[in-house]
Design a protein around this ligand. Structure first.
Ligand SMILES: [Zn+2]
Length: 244
């Protein structure tokens, strides 16, 4: 979610999900000891392939991005929180109406980072304990199942940061930890031009991360412009679930 923490890398572990096209590498660490998993698609010959993932943290619905994705048939994975779903019934209906475009995956029940202890992350209260992390994941998954009849496959913790020891425990629950390789908007804090430039510069295999919950900020316009330019350049868009 934030690229302000690109400091020293820790041990890089490559996870392959049973021959899947989506290796997961645990890479960048923040200095407070949390990990920010990196997820990329396997490179393939041919045009650039990228996956678009957009977080619906608490907040609102950004039609600038959502309409563009539908108009241009660009598939996107929405990491959605149960709290966003309650706050945005019309936005949720829009996602559900366009299931050919949008796949809903788990961003937690209350948007509590899967972090142990008492620290705050980007100002957010954290889950704090393993039972609270489990409740965060289970609550998010149940909310998605209730409206889609489908169990989510991926989980992305709030803030994209994890206590290292909880990552294998999350995977043991059967959830795939959804990192990313290209942070487009740094928590919807960057100006549109910078966001668009980052997206346009996507490399083959990038999993792009951004936000679809901040319609009043400039960043969302940049996501829309960047994705349009990326499509015009011939890039192919794939879903995370297609990669799996
Ligand atoms: Zn979030």
């Amino acid at each position: 979610m934030c690229d302000c923490c690109g400091g020293g890398s820790i041990s890089r572990r490559q996870f392959m999900y049973g021959g899947l096209a989506a290796p997961l590498a645990l890479g960048t660490a923040r200095k407070d000891g949390l990990v920010e998993p990196v997820l990329r698609l396997n490179p393939q010959p041919g045009p650039r392939r990228v996956a678009v993932t957009l977080d619906a943290c608490p907040g609102h619905f950004d039609p600038r991005i959502a309409n563009l994705l539908v108009e241009r048939s660009i598939p996107a994975t929405i990491f959605i929180t149960a709290v966003w779903m309650r706050m945005n019934p019309d936005g949720l209906s829009f996602f559900l109406k366009h299931r050919d475009v949008f796949t809903l995956e788990n961003h937690g029940a209350r948007h509590l980072p899967p972090v142990l202890g008492m620290q705050r992350v980007y100002g957010l209260e954290v889950a704090g304990s393993w039972p609270a992390i489990e409740a965060e994941i289970a609550g998010g998954a149940a909310a998605i199942y209730k409206v889609t009849g489908r169990h989510p496959v991926w989980y992305r913790g709030a803030a994209g940061l994890y206590t290292p020891s909880v990552v294998p425990r999350i995977e043991a629950l059967g959830a795939r930890v959804a990192g990313y390789s290209l942070v487009s908007d740094a928590g919807a804090s960057l100006p549109a031009e910078m966001v668009a430039a980052r997206i346009k510069a996507a490399q083959d295999g990038d999993v792009i991360e951004g936000h679809i919950n901040q319609p009043r900020r400039s960043s969302g316009a940049g996501i829309a412009a960047g994705l349009a330019a990326l499509q015009a350049s011939g890039a192919r868009f794939v879903r995370l679930d297609e990669a799996a």
